[in-house]
Structure formats: C-alpha cells, structure tokens
Design a protein around this ligand. Sequence first.
Ligand SMILES: *Cc1c(COP(=O)(O)O)cnc(C)c1O
Length: 393
Amino acid sequence: MASISRRALNVSPSPTLAITAKAKAMQAEGIDVVNFGAGEPDFDTPQHIKDAAVASLQSGFTKYTPTSGTADLKKAICDKLGRENGLEYKPGEIIVSLGAKHSIYNAVLATIDPGDEVIIPAPYWVSYPEIVGMADGRPVYVDCDESTGFTVPVEALKKAVTSKTKKLILNSPSNPTGGVYDRKQIEQIAELAIDMGFYVLSDEIYEEIIYDGRAHVSIASLGDDIKKLTITINGFSKAFSMTGWRLGYAAAEKPIVAAMEAVQSHSASNMVSFTQPAAVSALNGPQEVVDEMVAEFDRRRRFIVDGLNDIEGISCAMPGGAFYVFPNVSGLFGDKVKNSDMLCDFLLEEAKVAAVAGSGFGADNYIRLSYATSMDNIKKGLDRIAGAAAKLI
Ligand SMILES: *Cc1c(COP(=O)(O)O)cnc(C)c1O
C-alpha cells in the first residue's frame, strides 16, 4: 500500500532551520527581527575562491568528476591535513562530499548496522541523532554542562560503552556549546576507543574557530591505532564562509572510504565539478581571511557573554570555540515560560529576537545564540533580551 516510510516519518525537521525560516518570514513582512539563529558565518566567501570557481566554469569544467573528488582537490586536502593537523593521508583515503553533513551521513551509513549503538555527547548537533536514526542505529547520549566547559569526562563515556557500541561522535569545537576538548581529554578518548574497539567520527568543522590560544587536536593524529578507527570530517562551510557551496570531506582508512564512496556513487555521485578548483584555492590560497574572521568573532564573543551575564536569570559560560553561546536560561523559567521552546517563542514574539531552543540539542535549560551577526545587531539583541527577561523575573 502506498505510504510514507517509517524511516522518513521518524526524521524530525531541523529546528535550527525552522527558527531561521520563521525569523526570515517576519523580516519579509517588514518586522525588524534580530536574528541569532544563523548557523553560518556572516562574511562573504573570499574573492579569490569565487574567482577560481568562475574561471573553472568558464573553462568548461562542467562534467562528472570522480565520485570521491578530483585528484587535485584530494591532494590539496592531504596537504592541508598534513600541514595543519599532523595527519598523513593518501588521496585514496579521502572522499569529497556535498558538505560535511553529507560526509557524516555517508560515514554513518558505511559503518552502522541496525541496532548498533552510537555514543553522542549532549548537548549535540541536531543532525547526529537523526542521521544515526536513518541508519537504524541507536543514539546513546552522555550529558555534560558548563561545569566541565561542555565536555564529557572520559569516565562518563566509559560508562556508556556496551558490547553494541560501534562509534562515538566527537565534535570539538562544538555546535551548539562552543565546548573544546583539550589534548589530554582527546588522548583519554583515543585510549578508550582503542581499548573497546569502536570508531570515532571526529567532526572538526569548527577547528579554525577557536580562541584564547587553545590548540585544536585531531584525534587521528595521536597514533596509528586511533587513526585506524577514526573518520575525520571537515569542510569549507565555516572556515571559509562557504555554506552555500556544499563542500565537505572525510579522511579515513581505505576500506571505510571505499564503503562511503560506494554509497555516494549511487546517491549524489560527485560534488559539483567547478567548485572543486575553488576548494583547492581555499586550501592553498591566503589564510589571513580566516584569521581576520576569527578575530572579529572573538571580539563579539566576549561582548555577548558579558552582556548576557548582566541579565538577571541568565548565566553564560565563555565558549572556547565556534560562533555560538549557549547560555543557561533556566532562571527565567516559571509560570509564564516553562521551557526553552516557550522561551524562544516568547523572545521572538515579545522582543523580536530569534534564538534556537536548547531542547533540539538535547539540553532544555539552554538556548543557542549565534554571534555570526554584526556588533550592532548583538547590541540591539541584548537590549531586547534584557527587556523581555525583566518581564519573566
Ligand atoms: C555546519 C556544521 C556541519 C556541516 O556543514 P556543511 O555545510 O554540511 O559542510 C557539520 N557539523 C557541525 C557541527 C556543523 O555545525
């Protein structure tokens, strides 16, 4: 009988995209909304990257490419991983996909059987549990909060491991919390993964956006044993402000990459041809643009954290990376507003401020604000949140 599949019915639409859509609809009606919902940098893609795409298009590079990406791009990715992450991969161990999200999807499909458990630290990026669910895997959440800088202690991870554990998803710096794991923690996680023999999917999409002199550590760089178990995920969306281009990649042992390639060859085929030379130009071209963007994010980060902590009922930890703050707003809960969803509705309607409820990230005492928006917007938004919060206290 004709009916929608159980698999599709079990997927929840992305709450981060939903709030952004609602805010944009209000803006289209002429309502002045301050949008803290965005999950993308507010900078334009650097010119030299655009130029490379235009030149490639003009030269007629418009046909299918190898499924896993062009040889030039895979070489540039290997060079980048060697230079910046201390990772030695060969081009045959790289696969380029339609955004890092697609890389994660392929990686999960290639390694998860029905019933396999995937450990996901919470708060988590909304797509992880959905992707694991689409593969009929079972997400196992391990909670953390601001008392540990939004990182899960390895002892807590250990307790979550069972005979069915197939994979851990690690996201440092984290969306939505900005939490960053330090080298010692990453070493402990690597030891646990080796001892128990599970994969680590390391989503490093925010590696460049990291503050206060912290160093990003790629877990696969810690030795051959952990490298064999790791699927390193990265992409161009965040570091190079290229969210619309849909460019991501994975690096892993050959059999994993081959399985991902088989999956991708029957779904997406290759990534858009003429954006691949632009991706080469992003990796091999000047990197100052990235540093400038991060310096600006840093300025906004301090400002928004201070501003939020001045508001009664809100307490906000200083994030170590990414471009989100994840304030604890449970002090505002009461008769009128009982949870993060109600608070975000209240903020949008009363204060014309768009933020994403923590519930979608598995953490209902929080909301996520993106500071990938102008300083003026941040100032205006903070004033509005303060006004709305005063009505709840
Ligand atoms: C933005 C984001 C991605 C994916 O980005 P793409 O645009 O698909 O490359 C992956 N993981 C996290 C945590 C993100 O925030």
